[in-house]
Ligand binder design. Sequence first.
Ligand SMILES: [Zn+2]
Length: 275
Amino acid sequence: MADATDVTGATATAGTEGTAEAAPTEPPGAERPAGQLKEMPTDWRRALAIVAHPDDLEYGASAAIASWLDDGRECVYLLASVGEAGIDTLSPAEAGPLREREQRASAAAVGVATVEFLGHPDGVIEYGTALRRDFAAAIRRHRPELVLTLNHHDTWGGTYWNTPDHRNVGRAVLDAVGDAGNRWIFPGLAEEGLVPWDGVRYVAVAGSPQPTHAVDASSGLERAVASLLCHRTYIEALTKEDPETYCRTFLEGSMRGVAERFGGRPGVSFELFSR
Ligand SMILES: [Zn+2]
């Protein structure tokens, strides 16, 4: 989660002790209100996953995406930035192309072939009409029934403050779903051949501190571990732990946490918005 932080807000600073080591101990959603999670809906075929940074989808959601692909569903990734400010020891000029490559590899590890980057500046992505327009254009182009994004709330739950990029991107995604269906908003898009798409039924927010739904993702776990491991440069800067152990421990822990509220099934949780 690459504006210099991972899912719990840790900075990738070459494995020094301190904040970076705090990252894997508390998966997102660890502090949930009581109550069981509902089954994710299945009346959709195409998904578009829109997040701020390389690795945002790999800290959990990719296990769900892998299992959905097994069902014959489709998924496209759209990243607002290439995560060029995410690694303390690498300059943005070096980190950007490297992280873009790692993200393409991580998408391929779960079977996602299409990865698009918008090139917004990592760490200072601004909420506004420019971001909404970019997302609305992508929604019109790919015509998904389900849009997936990452936690748009202020925190990950408890005292873990979320980052501005995640908040801004998540909120812009939720707003852009409406923009994509309204021909009077961003009329220039139609002139580019992007006709309105009002077919989004759901927006699923991964990593939300208040999840409502989940999907059994045990069949996607191994591909999820492989996909997170593709962000090796970032992870090696984040932790001294063996990268594969780190990835497996994080994802298994996160899915076990979901299982406690999902009939014992290891899963990925989402806060689901219906339309
Ligand atoms: Zn991120």
